[in-house]
Ligand binder design. Structure first.
Ligand code: GRG
Length: 308
């Protein structure tokens, strides 16, 4: 098979993951297109802002993780797809709100002007609010899911998105840590919630929809948590080493805003070692699953090796 130029810098496992991502992306985007209000529907400015941010070209990692976990345990893709899209809606809401002047104050995201720069701040807040709400509506109205599964998935997603265990709490801790000296444990608390919770719930929801046994669910939860850590450490390293073109956002921003990061706390070399131990942790947690887990391992490889 012919490798694309962007694949040549990846290991064979990471290439497998990039191909899975590339195969899933159009399916996810076409479903999102169906689920999101049209730009011509009033209030059109809010809907245009939602679509501006959702279709700006993200990796779709959280929905892909859900699809991969569900596929590993033999769920039907149709049963997984709407919850997968709901997670992308929540992720996009979090990026829109994170970029606001009162939060991270960024003007570049996914390679284009941020939502509040392209539209205005009030519209960006409403677009984020609408995406969060639509995510739960999407799961609640998903006819593929049995009501008790939908309820369980809604509770899991709410816990991972909100506070005290989820993304909102992580963001609050992160904002509070700006310009402060944080300990390793405090850094972990930020990232477990800010980045890890949504990745973890993606894996868990894929497993729940597949009707996973408790032992598999617990193994996949551990894998998801390690993956969140992996993702965040890589993100911190990329902020130090990558270009704006690679990232689609402004690099070097963590250091400038004196953000709590792994390289800032441990240095780049020790951070790379920590990354590899989280990678081993993610792989070991898959060992107890009595199904082929190559795809999930490949996604861990991709996260470690990603360039942007
Ligand atoms: C506003 C409640 C609230 C939360 C914001 C996710 C988040 C919390 C902030 C984003 C800030 C940030 C850059 C975090 C680092 C990890 C991260 C989530 C990166 C972006 O995720 P990718 O790389 O983005 O998966 P794409 O664009 O590919 O979807």
């Amino acid at each position: 098979m012919v490798m694309t130029p962007s694949e040549t810098s990846y290991s064979p496992a990471a290439v497998e993951a990039t191909r899975f991502l590339a195969a899933c992306r159009p399916l996810i985007e076409s479903e999102l297109d169906q689920l999101l209000p049209a730009e011509t529907t009033d209030p059109a400015r809010v809907h245009a802002a939602i679509r501006w941010s959702v279709f700006a070209g993200g990796k779709r990692l959280r929905p892909v993780l859900l699809l991969a976990a569900g596929r590993t345990l033999h769920a039907r893709e149709a049963d997984l797809m709407r919850t997968a899209c709901a997670l992308e809606m929540i992720h996009t809401y979090s990026l829109i709100h994170d970029d606001l002047p009162s939060m991270d104050n960024d003007d570049l995201r996914r390679g284009r002007p941020t939502c509040h720069v392209r539209f205005d701040e009030a519209t960006a807040i409403l677009a984020g609010d609408a995406l969060l709400t639509l995510a739960f509506q999407t799961i609640a109205e998903d006819k593929h899911l049995k009501p008790e599964i939908a309820l369980q998935v809604i509770a899991e997603v709410a816990r991972a998105s909100g506070t005290p265990e989820g993304m909102v709490a992580g963001q609050a801790y992160d904002l509070a840590a700006e310009s402060e000296v944080v300990t390793g444990a405090e850094l972990e608390r930020i990232h477990e919630r800010k980045t890890g919770a949504l990745m973890g719930v993606a894996v868990r929801c894929g497993a729940i929809i597949a009707g996973a046994a408790e032992s598999d669910l617990s193994a996949l939860s551990h894998y998801g948590a390690q993956l969140g850590l992996l993702f965040q450490i890589t993100d911190d390293l990329l902020d130090v080493t990558a270009t704006a073109a690679d990232l689609g956002k402004t690099p070097g921003k963590d250091a400038r805003s004196r953000k709590a990061t792994y390289p800032a706390l441990y240095g780049v070399e020790a951070t790379r070692e920590y990354l590899m131990s989280a990678y081993q942790g993610a792989c070991v947690s898959l060992d107890s699953i009595n199904q082929p887990t190559g795809l999930l391992r490949a996604i861990a490889d991709f996260i470690v090796e990603r360039q942007g």
